[in-house]
Design a binder for this molecule. Structure first.
Ligand SMILES: Nc1ncnc2c1ncn2[C@@H]1O[C@H](COP(=O)(O)OP(=O)(O)OP(=O)(O)O)[C@@H](O)[C@H]1O
Ligand SMILES: [Mg+2]
Length: 350
C-alpha cells in the first residue's frame, strides 16, 4: 500500500477557558489513503468538528493542539513543538485540501457575492485569468444545481437558503480541485430530500475527480449516512477514537460497546422500532480532571477497573478476529472488553 494521503497520530487538543482546561481530544490517530472515503461519526459534542479544525490549524489561540504525526502526502505539517504549523498549511488549504464547514452561512463571506468568492478561488488556486475564472465560476454554480447562474453569481449568502449555501460551499471546496475533501456535516439541517441531493452531488463531483483519487473525510453524527456514503468508518466518543472499521462489516462486525450502542440507536439498523434505543447515559464532562482512561467506561456495562485506569490502544485486528480480511479495509479497536462478534470461518480454498 502506498503512503497515506493524510496521516494523523497522537492528536491532542485542550481549550483554555475561564473555568479551567477542557480536555477535548485524546490521542486521536487515523490515516486516509488516496481515493478513500472515511466517515468520522459520534454523538454531538464528541469532538468531530474540532478534529478537522485542529488538523487544519484553524482553531484560535485558546486551543492547545499537539500531535506526534501530522502529514499530508508525506509532508510534515507540524512545527518543532509538535503543533500544526499554519505556515505549512499555506498553499494546501483551499488548493489541495478543500473544506466544507458545519455552518456554511458563517463560512461564506457576508458582503461578497458568491460568484466573486468562487472566481477568487479559481484565480488564486487554479491560476485562471479573471475572464476564464468568471466563466468557470458560472459553470460551478450550474454544476452544483443552482438555477439561473448569472443571477446567482451576484447573490449574497443571506439571499440563499441553507441548502443553496451548502451547494455554494461544496462548489468552493471542490473548485480548487483538491486532493482531499474534509466535509463537516455538509447536510445537517437540510430536509431529507435536499440532504440526499447534496450528498449525491458530493459523490458525483468526487466521482468526476476519481481519476485524481480524491480522498474524503465526511464528518457526521449520522452513522447510517456515513455507512452509506463511506467505505470506512471511524467512531469517536468524547474525544477518543474507539473503533475504525469497514462500513460493509459494521452491522455484524462492530466490536466496541459504543459502536454497538450507536448501531442500536440507528433506525436503519435496529431490527424493529422497539429495538431502537438511545445511547445509554451522556458524554462525560470534559472539564473533569478525573476522567476515566476510557472515557466510555462510565456508560459501558462491560467496563471494569482496568478500563478506568488504563486506556486500551487503538489496535489493528488481524486474521479472523477482525473484519479487514473480509472487507478489504483495516479494522482497529481500542477496548479491553470488546463485544464478542460471531465470525463464520472463511471458506477454505480447495
Ligand atoms: N472554543 C472552544 N472552547 C471550549 N470548548 C470547546 C470549544 N470548541 C469546542 N469545544 C468543546 O469541544 C467539544 C467537541 O466539540 P465539537 O464541536 O468538535 O463536537 P462535534 O462532535 O462536532 O458535535 P456536533 O455533532 O454537535 O457538531 C465539546 O465539548 C465542545 O463544548
Ligand atoms: Mg460538529
Amino acid at each position: 500500500m502506498s503512503a497515506p494521503m493524510l496521516e494523523v497520530d497522537g492528536l491532542t487538543l485542550r481549550f483554555r477557558t475561564p473555568s479551567g482546561l477542557v480536555n477535548v481530544l485524546d490521542n486521536v490517530g487515523f490515516a486516509l489513503q488516496a481515493g478513500e472515503t472515511l466517515g468520522l461519526v459520534g454523538e454531538s459534542g464528541s469532538g468531530k468538528s474540532v478534529t478537522a479544525l485542529a488538523l487544519a490549524g484553524l482553531l484560535d489561540a485558546r486551543a492547545q493542539v499537539q500531535a506526534r504525526t501530522l502529514r499530508f502526502q508525506g509532508r510534515d505539517l507540524l512545527n518543532s513543538r509538535g503543533e500544526p504549523d499554519p505556515a505549512a498549511w499555506q498553499g494546501l488549504r483551499g488548493r489541495r485540501i478543500g473544506f466544507v464547514f458545519q455552518s456554511p452561512r458563517r463560512a461564506l463571506h457576508p458582503l461578497r457575492p458568491i460568484g466573486a468568492q468562487l472566481q477568487q478561488v479559481l484565480q488564486v488556486h487554479r491560476g485562471l485569468k479573471p475572464a476564464a475564472a468568471r466563466q468557470e465560476a458560472l459553470a460551478w454554480i450550474e454544476r452544483v444545481g443552482l438555477s439561473d447562474p448569472a443571477r446567482r453569481f451576484k447573490a449574497h449568502a443571506h439571499e440563499l437558503s441553507g441548502g443553496q449555501c451548502q451547494r455554494v460551499m461544496i462548489a468552493l471546496a471542490l473548485a480548487g480541485e483538491p486532493e482531499l475533501l474534509i466535509a463537516d456535516e455538509p447536510t445537517t439541517g437540510l430536509d431529507v430530500s435536499t440532504q440526499a441531493r447534496v450528498l449525491d452531488l458530493v459523490a458525483e463531483l468526487s466521482g468526476l475527480a476519481r481519476e485524481r483519487r480524491l480522498a474524503m473525510l465526511l464528518i457526521t453524527h449520522d452513522l447510517a449516512l456515513a455507512a452509506q456514503r463511506c467505505a470506512r468508518i471511524a467512531v469517536m466518543h468524547a474525544g477518543q477514537l474507539v473503533e475504525t472499521l469497514p462500513s460493509a462489516g459494521l452491522r455484524d462486525g462492530a466490536a466496541h460497546p459504543y459502536t454497538r450502542q450507536l448501531l442500536r440507536a440507528t433506525p436503519q439498523s435496529a431490527a424493529t422500532l422497539e429495538a431502537l434505543r438511545s445511547v445509554d447515559g451522556t458524554l462525560p464532562d470534559l472539564t473533569r480532571n478525573d476522567l476515566p482512561a476510557c472515557r466510555f467506561a462510565e456508560r459501558c456495562d462491560r467496563a471494569e477497573a482496568r478500563c478506568r485506569a488504563q486506556a486500551a490502544p487503538l489496535t489493528r485486528l488481524t486474521g479472523l478476529t477482525g473484519l479487514g480480511t473480509r472487507f478489504g479495509a483495516p479494522h482497529a479497536l481500542a477496548c479491553w472488553h470488546p463485544v464478542q462478534v460471531f465470525h463464520p470461518p472463511l471458506p477454505i480454498a480447495a
